[in-house]
Design a binder for this molecule. Structure first.
Ligand code: SF4
Ligand code: SF4
Length: 67
């Protein structure tokens, strides 16, 4: 289960994390709240909280301790 806080405003959509996640839990998606805005999304049902995305992200988008 995901325990990540995600700073979507910092994401530049490089997809390093998407390619690195061993569970396929990450994807780039379109927001319904912000028109034409794409951001990183984590499927909390797939996430095993391994921390790889926190390691590979060059922009500090992922922080431990989210809901
Ligand atoms: S913590 Fe691990 S399983 Fe969860 S989204 Fe990040 S890379 Fe994927
Ligand atoms: S690695 Fe970081 S900046 Fe790149 S897509 Fe993932 S969250 Fe966004």
């Amino acid at each position: 289960m995901a325990n990540l806080a995600i700073r979507t405003d910092k994401c530049k959509q490089c997809e390093f994390c998407v390619l690195s996640c061993p569970k396929g839990a990450l994807s780039i998606t379109c927001g319904s709240d912000r028109k034409n805005y794409r951001y990183i999304y984590v499927d909390s049902e797939k996430c095993i909280d391994c921390g790889i995305c926190r390691t590979v992200c060059p922009d500090g988008v992922f922080e431990a301790g989210g809901s």
